[in-house]
Design a protein around this ligand. Sequence first.
Ligand code: SAH
Ligand code: SF4
Ligand code: F3S
Length: 439
Amino acid sequence: MQRFHVTTFGCQMNVHDSERIKGMLEAAGMGEAPAEDEANVLVFNTCTIRERADDRLVQHLNAARIRKEREPDLRVVVAGCWAESVREAIFRDFPWVDAAVGPGRIGALQTVITAPAGAERGAFGSFDDFAADLPKRRERHHQAWLQLSMGCNSVCSYCIVPSVRGRERSRHPRDVLAEARLLAAEGVTEVTMLGQNVNSYGRDLPPAERCTFAEMLRAVDAIDGINRIRFMSPHPKDMRGDVIEAMAECDAVCNQLHLPLQSGSSRILKQMRRTYDADRYLELVARVRAAIPDVALTTDIIVGFPGETEADFEETMRVYDAVGFDHAYTFIYSSRAGTEAASFDGHIADDVKHERLSRLVELVQQHAALRNAALIGTVQEVLSDGPSRREPTVFRGKTRGNKTALFSPPAPAGTIVSVQIEQSTSQTLRGTQAIPVTA
Ligand code: SAH
Ligand code: SF4
Ligand code: F3S
């Protein structure tokens, strides 16, 4: 039997695409190998957001080449955003790659994977379908991704995503809701809605079929069995009052918001083409906090964008401090060929970028420790994910605010429990299970 192994490099979109890839390969009669070296079909689902993602992939491809010299039947398949960015050149530069598909063409994977030698080995470019009806293989029984849209219409000057994922296309609300109901019937309690810009959902649909993001939140909230709704990522420019109201009013929508800031300098935000400035972002945060006082806020920040001065960076630190985020993903600017910012003047030296990043990371940790410590003494609802990897007698799960909580006594994965928080670090909360909320 053919045995496959999928390695995922990218964001949640890619993780979700990998579930479809696995589902498709299983439907084609293959089985999943427990480890990469036991598989005879290797799939790399790639990312190209930063240069480092590309470098990691090349290491994997080189290792696959060495294996293939010994095992000529080994099949090497490349999917995802990097495949889309290099297209047919992949077969020239990495001739041992057997098949490749872009993120919009996952449905073609089975055809290209089984193509006879000499036939078409790649499927890139246009988007075939949401592949929503493709079989999926979920990692967790009680949690699922719910894809709302594909692609992105923003023009952030640093970002490669629009060129590899294409224009934004919203899934039909009927299909999204049918999937959500099916998930609930299968026992899923938590869904995370996905889109590059999830809150612009629906704008490209014909008026008669249009459903806004806020309406979608309410519709999924109304489905029995779905107790937790998260989403990512919203763009601050599209975070309107109706979404904030829906978040505050829907019981299932978690008190958590990932709101990418990117920079605290209004001058840099303009160069990034983010279309908001620092003051507008801070006003938005104030509105969200007024409606959802215990909201956990996380963000994405890029340091060392071309032309970023020390004063610009200090603005980022100031805005970060003013918001007091719960956590942040921090990135060093990486120039991507074909993006607008790649041709900007004033690229920043690596040592300056690293020095700024370390100052920012320190601030991120300080605020994370403070925000978590503020939860000591509270009771948090935790969805158990089962035993912790490091301490098998302790169980772990996520709070509604999306924080990792370690707790005892144990509760099976998928159970929702109440945990009295007794300790915290910048990364985790720890406590004792109180009375069960639901089973
Ligand atoms: N669509 C989502 C995610 C985009 S990629 C959004 O807009 O929020 C995730 C993060 O990667 C971005 O938010 C940004 O902070 C970072 N990123 C994107 N391009 C980058 C680049 N060229 N260099 C460094 N970080 C980048
Ligand atoms: Fe990239 Fe901006 Fe679109 Fe996010 S919103 S995917 S950062 S272009
Ligand atoms: Fe995601 Fe990377 Fe593609 S961040 S959208 S997998 S380039």
